[in-house]
Design a protein around this ligand. Structure first.
Ligand code: FES
Length: 163
């Protein structure tokens, strides 16, 4: 492995300049682990074993330490995801305001359970903890965008807008 992200282990960063830029922002290599994981996921779609090995090599640590980081953050995915990730908040405000019926709707309509992806890779469904917008419950995050105060009907319309 060289310092610009080239790896002999199956994963290579496509933007070595960005890798260098990330390293330049931190006092030591290990501190760059999380931003490198985000960069890898944006390129690769998820954190595979080869991504973990490449990053461990880059930051000079054991792959288990990188895996510790990956397993701590729910926004890092260890398997391929659908094109659109539906995250339904399950914490108190959302739960009291119908989040369960939104999850049930996705489960019935697309025949997937939380943690699963549709056969056509269109959607992945997740139940998540508080998204920080409790006053507009129930809240669903699809990809990076929040959708608030959803009823089953407008949620259904929203889902149809994603291909
Ligand atoms: S409880 Fe759902 S956003 Fe906080």
């Amino acid at each position: 492995m060289n310092s610009n992200g080239k790896s002999m282990q199956g994963f290579t960063f496509v933007d070595p300049e960005r890798v260098e830029q990330i390293f330049s922002q931190y006092p030591d290599k290990k501190s760059a682990t999380l931003p490198l994981l985000h960069l890898a996921q944006s390129q690769h779609g998820y954190i595979s074993n080869s991504v973990i090995n490449t990053i461990a090599d880059l930051v000079d640590c054991h792959p288990a330490i990188v895996m510790d980081c990956v397993s701590f953050y729910t926004m890092l995915y260890t398997k391929p995801q659908g094109r659109h990730i539906i995250q339904v908040c399950q914490t108190l405000s959302c739960s009291l305001n119908g989040a369960d019926s939104l999850v049930d709707h996705v489960m019935d309509k697309y025949e997937i359970k939380p943690g699963e992806t549709t056969a056509d890779d269109r959607f992945t469904l997740m139940k998540v903890e508080c998204l920080g917008s409790c006053g507009t419950a129930p809240v669903v995050q699809i990809n990076k965008e929040y959708h608030e105060g959803l009823s089953t009907q407008n949620f259904d319309k929203l889902l149809e807008s994603f291909e």
